[in-house]
Design a protein around this ligand. Structure first.
Ligand SMILES: [Zn+2]
Length: 563
């Protein structure tokens, strides 16, 4: 047998995060590890019926989530999301894959330098250069973690890696050792674990723990598992891997069959202590386990799972909204927890029951997930303090300068529209915090269009102190004419891949929110604009995307898939 480490409480190679979140049963696992190693510790990692163990929430919105088509974020947006995740109370933030690109590296390093309150994790393949680069980025964190992964399934071994089992084990051991030399908090993932032969999976996991992995993550990389299957895998690991109690078992489930949350819950039931998830369930293909669903399932069914998380559930809706705006991936209406209809009771018989006693048809209260029920209306006479108050309630943190800018826009909006709703305020703020450095801004425009007339526009944009004006530009429609005029003035010619407009709130005077996706030199760029005038909103969205293109050209950002 391999050498046994001393699990004396003081010498336990506990990850630095331990003091922060290993408070429930995880603490007990570490403290009792010695006895567990010498006895048969095969009861689930669960405390008595009356107490509840803490499940570590590992958020990968910034890494796996960002891999969703169209979801790439710029540095500023990543920092906003990271800060929101800390306030949400996630234990670990996987901030990116540092070796993937200089942009990824910078984002992970900046988050590690500035964000406090959660473990900051960087992903690495089992290669020395990857691990070195990950450490370079996360080393500034208060609590750094390196996450090393290596595929273990036969299909990956044969077709992707062309390595046999012994080589895989050796590579995994070398990778974990290298990471442990840098950092005591090391996570190891056998990629495609769920399709790996179970005996081999046990062997790799044991070897990784033996050289110091403090978390072993079991990914269902392709979304193939079912709840019963997942539960079985975790149970087998807990029963067969002799040193399993020296690490936290984690799961990372994909939603290809729509079971990512169910599979994660099954793993928790079998004794997993960490769940990897993303806000709104975004991620590769059909996405990852959704953070809000797993958290609320554990909270609502604590009676069954006897497990809880550190997540501040009231921050769920504001964080969901932020991630939706920043990534451009809107949440479907009937999405559990955060969808627009999640707490709407339409059926008459349900409404009758609700009025008599809420719990007849409601298992969670909307306020528990941060859904503000009172859509408080602000207006022309509302002051800065009222706006600041509303912004805070909606989940935004604004600096004094940002508040001033939003307040100016708010006053302008209040002149155009009597009642200002939460949706309006959120749209104004999001427009502000989205602000990539505005090289060009809209100065003015005039459009003429009508039945049987060719739409024409004259438009001016500002660049620093300079104002550039177009001649009359014709287009297939007024929006097309505006886009053509902006292309002519900025000299950036693009292909419009997506154009969407929707109203932010109710009423005829509601603000329109426009999202565009532009293609420029093979890369996609997002833009976002809001106004009570939908043509103006379109112009702002188009310019927002053009500014992103320009900022890449300036070298202030690294191009990757989609901006
Ligand atoms: Zn994944």
């Amino acid at each position: 047998m391999r050498e046994t480490r001393s699990f004396d409480q003081d010498q336990t190679p506990r990850p630095p995060a331990a003091a922060g979140f290993f408070s429930g049963v995880h603490r007990e696992i570490w403290d009792d590890a010695d006895s567990l190693l010498h006895t048969k510790p095969k009861e689930p990692q669960r405390m008595s019926e009356s107490s509840s163990r803490q499940i570590v929430i590992f958020d990968t919105t910034l890494r796996d989530g960002e891999q969703s088509p169209g979801a790439s974020m710029n540095l500023y947006e990543k920092m906003e999301v990271a800060q929101a995740l800390v306030e949400l109370g996630v234990d670990v933030i996987e901030a990116g894959f540092p070796i993937a690109s200089p942009g990824d590296f910078n984002a992970v390093r900046e988050i590690a330098k500035t964000v406090r309150g959660s473990v900051i994790c960087g992903l690495a393949r089992c290669r020395p250069e990857d691990i070195d680069r990950a450490w370079e980025a996360v080393k500034y964190a208060e609590q750094p973690r390196i996450h090393v992964f290596l595929a273990t399934s036969a299909i990956h071994r044969e077709h992707k890696l062309k390595m046999d089992k012994a080589e895989i084990v050796q590579r995994a051991v070398e990778g974990v050792k290298r990471a442990v030399d840098y950092c005591p908090d090391v996570e190891f993932s056998p990629e495609d674990a769920v399709r790996t032969e179970i005996d081999f999976l046990c062997q790799v996991v044991e070897a990784a723990i033996d050289v110091g992995a403090t978390t072993v993550n079991i990914p269902d990389t392709v979304g193939y598992a079912t709840p019963a299957h997942m539960r079985r895998v975790i149970e087998i690991l807990r029963n067969r891997v002799p040193n399993i109690d020296r690490a936290v078992i984690s799961v990372h489930c994909h939603n290809d069959l729509g079971m990512a949350v169910a599979n994660s819950l099954a793993a928790v039931e079998a004794g997993a202590g960490q769940v990897e998830c993303t806000v709104n369930g975004i991620g590769e293909r059909a996405g990852n386990c959704s953070l809000e669903e797993i958290v609320m399932a554990l909270k609502t069914r604590n009676d069954f799972y006897h497990a809880h998380t550190r997540v501040v559930s009231q921050r769920i809706v504001p964080t969901s909204r932020l991630v939706a705006t920043v990534t451009g991936i809107q949440v479907q209406r009937n999405k559990a927890i955060v969808g627009q209809n999640a707490f709407a009771h339409e059926a008459g018989i349900h409404q009758d029951g609700m009025l008599k006693e809420r719990t007849t048809y409601e298992i969670m209260r909307p306020e528990d997930v941060g859904l503000t029920m009172s859509d408080l209306v602000l207006g022309k006479h509302s002051g800065r303090a009222a706006l600041a108050d509303r912004a805070k309630a909606l989940g935004y943190r604004l600096t004094g300068e940002q508040l001033n800018l939003v307040f100016d826009e708010f006053k302008e909006l209040a002149d155009k529209k009597k009642e200002i709703y939460d949706g309006d305020i959120a749209a104004l703020i999001e427009q502000q915090i989205h602000g990539v450095s505005e090289l060009w801004s809209l100065e003015s425009y005039q459009v003429t269009s009508g039945t049987g007339k060719v739409p024409e526009v004259t438009l001016s944009v500002r660049r620093g102190s300079e104002v550039l004006s177009s001649h009359k530009v014709c287009g297939d429609g007024p929006v097309d004419a505006v886009f053509l005029a902006i292309e002519e003035l900025t000299g950036i010619s693009v292909v419009c891949r997506d154009f969407r407009v929707h109203s932010v709130t109710v009423g005829k005077d509601a603000q329109g929110e426009v999202m565009v996706q532009l293609e420029y030199q093979g890369e996609l760029y997002r833009g976002h604009g809001v106004s009570t005038d939908s043509i103006e909103a379109s112009a702002k969205a188009f310019l927002n995307a053009i500014n992103r293109i320009a900022s890449v050209g300036n070298g202030s950002q690294q191009p990757s898939k989609i901006r």
